[in-house]
Design a protein around this ligand. Structure first.
Ligand code: F6P
Length: 323
């Protein structure tokens, strides 16, 4: 592939803390190599409609520590159509963009794959709090999100102890239990409900609570991933079957905001910079990933076909430690 000297960068899908650090790394690395870099606002929507501007190294000053994304983000219905993709590519060419870096999650990468298929070299940088992209061990935003959730659960634990209550805390993650599993382990939850495992009320809730009661536990923390079906009646059912007063907290969008942790800033910096290096050498059609703390890249078509798995070892660990 010929070398590339003008690139575009966009953020797409749900925002994630650390996206700004990734944008900064893309812009600064491109400028370091004297490449032209165009910021595309509001994801694929902005690409289709030409909401695009040239960025300088100074445009990304003072953003590393901010949550959200300075380029903003959107979920574009138009881009899901073949006409939308064609329009996006012709707009990119109009702005002399030769390659695009897409910072986002699984859905955004499927969009990047469409761009590649239409002849626009693209590179995906994983940015989603869900950590649910199969071809990478890490996605930007996950560490900040689980730390935010951990802080909230620690606070809820204080009041749970005072009142000897059971507290259900619902965390984000779409169809993945990754946030729930990690937050559950980090906060010593008695039960963690994740979609990958399905929910058996007796096995996953009644038994741990009854075991805990026998061991004189004063409170019960249950972490529920949002992808778990029918979690709505849990509170009433737990009260009815155990006699323990139960309350529910839905953490929601608080998990998507806030200043990114060092882990997210560093991964974002490494991955954003790596993406530019690839395009500079004319290597499009890639997804950036992390494996054993090393940044690597994989073909976008192959990467999106890697089957999703949850860490079974963490599920086992959570059971051992919650007795
Ligand atoms: O993908 C990130 C995420 O926050 C998921 O955890 C959640 O299911 C979804 O986005 C919510 O999306 P929206 O911002 O469209 O409500």
């Amino acid at each position: 592939m010929p070398k590339i000297s003008a690139i575009g960068v966009l953020t797409s899908g749900g925002d994630a803390p650390g996206m700004n650090a990734a944008i900064r790394a893309v812009v600064r690395t491109a400028k370091y190599y004297d490449m032209k870099v165009m910021g595309i606002r509001k994801g694929y929507e902005g690409l289709i409609h030409g909401d695009i501007y040239e960025m300088s190294a100074r445009d990304v000053s003072d953003i590393m520590h901010r949550g959200g994304t300075i380029l903003q983000t959107a979920r574009s219905a138009e881009f899901k159509t073949p006409e939308g993709v064609k329009r996006a590519v012709s707009t990119a060419r109009y702005f002399d963009i030769e390659g695009i870096i897409v910072i986002g999650g699984d859905g955004s990468f499927r969009g990047a794959r469409e761009l590649c298929a239409e002849g626009m070299p693209s590179v995906g940088v994983p940015g989603t709090i869900d950590n649910d992209i199969s071809c990478t061990e890490y996605t930007i935003g996950f560490d900040t999100a689980i730390n935010t959730a951990k802080d909230a659960v620690d606070k809820i634990r204080d009041t749970a102890t005072s009142h000897e209550r059971c507290n259900i805390i619902k965390v984000m993650g779409r169809a993945s239990g990754s946030i729930a599993l990690n937050v559950g382990i980090a906060t010593g939850a008695e039960a963690i409900l994740i979609p990958e495992r399905g929910v058996d009320f007796t096995r996953d809730i009644l038994e741990p609570i009854n075991r805990g009661k026998k061991r004189n536990k004063k409170h019960f923390i249950i972490i529920v991933a949002e992808g778990v079906a029918d979690s709505g009646d849990l509170e009433a059912r737990i009260e009815a079957e155990t006699g323990i007063e139960t309350r529910t907290t839905i953490l929601g969008y608080v998990q998507r905001g806030g200043s990114p942790t060092v882990v997210d800033r560093v991964y974002a910096s490494r991955m954003g910079s790596y993406a530019v290096e690839l395009l500079k050498e004319g290597m499009g059609n890639r997804i950036i990933g992390v494996a054993k703390n090393q940044i690597y890249d994989i073909d976008i078509f192959e990467g999106l076909d890697v089957p999703y798995t949850i860490r079974e070892d963490l599920i086992d660990l959570s059971k051992i430690l919650s007795i």
